[in-house]
Design a protein around this ligand. Structure first.
Ligand code: SOE
Length: 376
């Protein structure tokens, strides 16, 4: 096996999801490369040491520039708030490191363009952690669409609903709530949640031509976690948009952190001429499928429990009937990335793919601001 030395920057919830994937990928997938947890980088030494010890990183750094200078690091995983993605990625590319970047790619399209140019000039393998493509039921949806089972697609509908910011006392900024700080996150639900829906949609249903959107910020002022100051909230708390896909289908997307009762409800539904599909993250191993070609007396929505070895990824796991979960989507992403290195094939989603999502996000935010349809 060839070692792939990982240097991860950041240690939050995504740091755990990625590290878990590095540790498990080779146990279940046959890959020539094997990730080695070489270094964990975080500004706070105690936090870095604690995370490194708990998860098995061999060393720590407190300055990402020092990490990039190390010859024993092959790949850099950027798990920082979004405002640091660009600088780290460009410097990592210059240092010849492979890059695995947390989503969204960047704060905006202009930054994303620069990042794409940097990785392409350096010729370094790169990927963005849009993990939901690799939930087996979602991968199966892709297979069914590509096999033509849905026929012409008319409608694509997706929601990503949460409720964790309803309380006006939730602060802005700091390690836990940087997602509410426009300076660190770039945008609110658009970049954090809708970006997932958009990535999956572009993958399943092709490009988006134009959008019309509305956003809302329900809590206008919050306390800053570090300074204690009251500051205006400038991120979008909720965002909904309509769009035309290039294939002629219509899209309807909604995301909010104010849907009481919903913690992370990502749902999608696709309606085609011959069949429809729907999927729900809270029941992630199931794909619902309606096939109009079924005999009318038994025609109806089937609930496919995606656990059979013939279904995407499942042959690498347990036996039919036994399901897997959220963390496995990251394991699949690592395994596919390792295989792409082996075969020298491009990995998707890479920076270029994620730039397409970024362009849609930017068009959505511009449309909401200007109250007009925007071309992507
Ligand atoms: C936000 O709560 C969040 O953790 C996102 O940042 C993730 O990308 C999403 O998968 C789940 O929700």
């Amino acid at each position: 096996m060839k070692p792939l030395n990982i240097g991860m920057i950041g240690y939050g919830f995504m740091g755990k999801a990625h590290t878990n994937a590095y540790k498990q990928a080779n146990n279940f997938f046959d890959c020539e490369y094997k990730p080695v947890l070489k270094a964990l980088c975080a500004r706070n030494r105690d936090k870095a040491e604690g995370f490194a010890k708990n998860w098995g990183y061999e060393s720590i750094e407190t300055d990402w520039r020092a990490l990039l200078k190390r010859d024993d690091i092959d790949a850099v995983d950027i798990c920082t708030p979004n405002n640091l993605h660009k600088e780290i990625a460009i410097e990592a590319a210059k240092a010849g490191k492979m890059i695995l970047c947390e989503k969204p790619l960047a704060m905006n399209t202009a930054e994303g363009e620069e990042m794409c140019e940097a990785v392409e000039a350096a010729g370094v393998p790169n990927m963005v952690w849009y993990n939901y493509r690799r939930v087996p039921a979602v991968s199966l949806a892709k297979q069914l669409i590509d096999e033509g089972r849905l026929g012409k697609i008319f409608h694509y509908r997706a929601n990503f609903l949460q409720d964790w910011t309803i309380n006006a006392d939730v602060p802005v900024g700091g390690a836990a709530t940087w997602r509410l700080d426009a300076e660190a996150a770039g945008s609110g639900v658009t970049g954090d949640l809708l970006a997932h829906c958009i990535d999956t949609a572009l993958w399943l249903n092709g490009g988006i031509k134009d959008v019309t959107a509305m956003t809302e910020t329900f809590v206008k002022e919050r306390t800053h976690a570090d300074t204690g100051e009251k500051i205006p909230v400038t991120i979008d708390d909720a965002c909904s948009f309509l769009c035309h896909f290039n294939n002629g289908s219509l899209g309807l997307f909604e995301s909010t952190r104010y849907a009481r009762g919903h913690k992370a409800l990502y749902t999608l539904e696709i309606n085609g001429e011959k069949a429809s599909l729907r999927w729900d993250l809270h029941d992630l191993h199931r794909l619902e499928y309606f096939d109009h070609a079924d005999d009318s007396i038994v025609r109806g929505w089937r609930s496919i429990h995606v656990s059979d070895g013939d279904q995407p990824y499942m042959g690498n796991w347990w036996v039919p009937g036994l399901q897997i979960g959220y963390e496995h989507s990251f394991i699949h992403q690592v395994a596919d990335f390792l295989k792409s290195l082996e075969s020298d094939a491009p990995f998707s989603p890479n920076f270029r793919d994620a730039l397409e999502t970024q362009k849609v996000c930017d068009a959505v935010l511009a449309s909401a601001k200007q109250r007009v349809w925007k071309d992507v």
